[in-house]
Design a protein around this ligand. Structure first.
Ligand SMILES: CCc1ccsc1-c1ccc(O)c(O)c1
Ligand SMILES: [Mn+2]
Ligand SMILES: [Mn+2]
Length: 259
């Protein structure tokens, strides 16, 4: 599906709302805060701005966000357990605003985190940005995966293969699938007007994942630390536009010191 200027304008608004929510969550996250409190903030922030969380009632998922802690790779379900000092948590939000889906996720350190955790967050964000740098008309989707995999593995990390990025816009999930590994010569050709997410999950240990009994929570098989960042991008004539960037650069790890 190819989108035009009006769709890009609608996606900018939905994605910027998601980015603003993720910005404000930095002040909500902390030791002792249950992930259910984060989820309630996401729901209420959406309601206050006329937006609906796309994950609520999606395929039977009953929360407004995903909160994935430490060795949880993705699809962690918010609950009443408090975050602990030293945790790292991915918060994944998708708002639907006027029918447009803004899908993004970031990592949040809880209190003081280990240097190895800090390095994983930096490697994961940089691998997302390397993938984004490969997006331009005429490139194939495989160029995104090759860029991510080359960088992450050069940094002695591994790429999760069980989940991928996806077309997004008037639908939450659409074609094409965006693999976070592979070869530049593979996959469909990118064209101006395509909109999709890139959402690499990077592990300090081995790439293998298993899903817990709740049917959602994906964890690393070796229980190694895992991180994920997700942006929604639109393909432009010269490359791409990142719709879910935070103006203050708050979307990257090691948030800039407050002014
Ligand atoms: C928990 C929401 C959900 C359910 C099945 S897949 C999925 C999901 C979660 C976050 C995403 O970024 C995404 O694209 C899909
Ligand atoms: Mn997401
Ligand atoms: Mn997504």
């Amino acid at each position: 599906r190819l989108y035009g200027p009006d769709a890009f304008a609608g996606m900018r608004k939905a994605c910027q709302l998601t980015a603003r929510c993720l910005d404000e969550l930095a002040a909500v996250v902390g030791p002792g805060v249950p992930t259910d409190v984060i989820d309630r903030f996401v729901f209420e922030f959406g309601m206050d701005h006329g937006a609906y969380p796309a994950t609520l009632n999606y395929r039977g998922y009953m929360k407004s966000s995903c909160t994935s802690i430490n060795h949880v790779v993705c699809h962690g379900i918010p609950n009443d357990k408090p975050l602990r000092d030293g945790d790292v948590v991915n918060i994944d939000v998708t708002y639907v605003l006027d029918g447009w889906h803004g899908d993004s996720s970031r990592m949040y350190p809880v209190g003081e985190i280990k240097r190895s955790a800090e390095r994983l967050l930096e490697v994961t964000y940089e691998s997302l940005m390397r993938g984004i740098a490969a997006v331009r008309p005429g490139a194939r989707t495989g160029a995104i995966g090759e860029a991510i995999q080359t960088y992450a593995e050069a940094e002695r990390c591994s790429v999760v293969r069980d989940f991928c990025g996806h077309g997004v816009g008037s639908l939450f999930h659409d074609s094409p699938n965006i693999l976070h590994y592979g070869r530049a010569s593979e996959g469909p050709e990118l064209r101006e007007g395509m909109i999709f997410t890139i959402e690499p999950m990077i592990n300090l240990g081995r790439p293998h994942v298993k899903v817990l009994g709740d049917g959602w929570t994906a964890v690393t098989r070796d229980r190694s630390l895992s991180a994920q960042y997700e942006h929604t991008v639109g393909v432009t004539a010269t490359g791409c536009e990142i719709f879910t960037l935070s103006p203050g650069g708050l979307d990257r790890p090691g948030l800039p010191p407050l002014q």
